[in-house]
Design a protein around this ligand. Structure first.
Ligand code: ZN
Length: 162
């Protein structure tokens, strides 16, 4: 049984960091590094990285950090075929990604750094679309932040803490 509480705790920090970034109170690189660290921090318990990144991973890109409009493609590195890329942590590190999901453009850029086969990024995208055709949210942006923390309501807080 994994621990969901550490993911919720880290996701709460991710929400604050991205809110500060949206208000231009924190720069892109520190925001990305803190978000990446929140994903890593779930390993202090038996947590899930996807829960730590829940606030951002289905609506923003982990490389350019842009908000991706609803329905536009947003691929997770975790959905790549195992025989193509096994080492997600290495790819995350080498590309300085904040989290695992990438817009179409950043996906192409990252994949090009690992494989120079012609049309490889497009063929991997087609594979993901095919694998999850019944579950488009898996590779398409939801366009907005989730209104809960991994299924739990956010606490009411004074604005300074948000
Ligand atoms: Zn991007």
């Amino acid at each position: 049984m994994s621990c969901h509480d550490i993911g919720r705790g880290m996701n709460d920090i991710v929400k604050l960091v991205i809110s500060l970034y949206d208000r231009e109170q924190i720069g892109k690189e520190p925001a990305m590094r803190i978000i990446a660290a929140c994903g890593d921090a779930v390993n202090w318990c038996d947590g899930n990285t996807s829960e730590a990144w829940d606030f951002v991973r289905r609506c923003r890109c982990g490389k350019c950090l842009k908000m991706i409009p609803e329905g536009q493609e947003l691929f997770s590195l975790w959905d790549l075929p195992r025989d193509f890329i096994h080492e997600h942590p290495r790819i995350m590190e080498e590309n300085k990604l904040a989290f695992d999901c990438l817009c179409g453009e950043c996906f192409d850029e990252v994949i090009a750094g690992y494989n120079d086969e012609e049309n490889i990024a497009e063929s991997l995208k087609s594979g993901i679309r095919e694998d999850y055709k019944g579950d488009k949210d898996r590779y398409q942006s939801e366009g907005s932040y989730p209104n809960n923390n991994n299924g739990c309501s956010w606490p009411d807080r004074p604005e300074w803490y948000e």
